[in-house]
Ligand binder design. Structure first.
Ligand code: MG
Length: 160
């Protein structure tokens, strides 16, 4: 069986009063992520990891932030479109492992709902989707609560 891997990294600024979309869910918080789309940093890194796995450039190439049609767009739509590119090319997800770097709020109560949301969007099993969270011990832009970052790694398998 053929396999490929992909990696994604993304950052969004946090600002008071913005909605905080993360992993396809709206997380209750005083601050939210700022961006041209809904600024869902977790779904963005998953898109980038999937695109990277097939050397299909990056999320900004497919969904430019200069294009008004993506203003405020639900990143779930971007992820579904991205995964369509993967399956149309004859591949499917093996597994996905992500880390969100965020000082506050604690994500633990939301992780399983995010996993379910992403597994549902991709049509895969829950145990194929891993989401982890870490603070950066009050260091750097994440620690200062100026922003949120995320990383994702995917393994994809060629459909026999
Ligand atoms: Mg982004």
């Amino acid at each position: 069986m053929a396999f490929r891997i992909g990696y994604g990294y993304d950052v969004h600024q946090l600002a008071e009063g913005e909605e905080f979309w993360l992993g396809g869910l709206k997380v209750p918080h005083t601050h939210g992520a700022v961006g041209h789309s809904d600024a869902d940093v977790l779904l963005h890194v998953i898109c980038d990891a999937l695109l990277g796995s097939l050397a299909l450039r990056d999320i900004g190439f497919h969904f430019p932030d200069t294009d008004p049609q993506y203003k405020g767009v639900d990143s779930k739509k971007l992820l579904q479109h991205t995964y369509d590119l993967v399956t149309e090319a004859g591949w499917k997800l093996g597994n996905l492992d992500c880390t969100v770097c965020l000082e506050r709020p604690k994500l633990s109560p939301h992780i399983d709902a995010m996993r379910q949301c992403i597994a549902g969007l991709l049509g895969v099993e829950l145990n194929q989707i891993s989401i982890k969270a870490t603070t950066t011990e009050k260091l750097g832009f994440v620690g200062l609560e100026e922003g949120v970052s995320a990383h994702a790694v995917v393994l994809i398998e060629q459909i026999p």
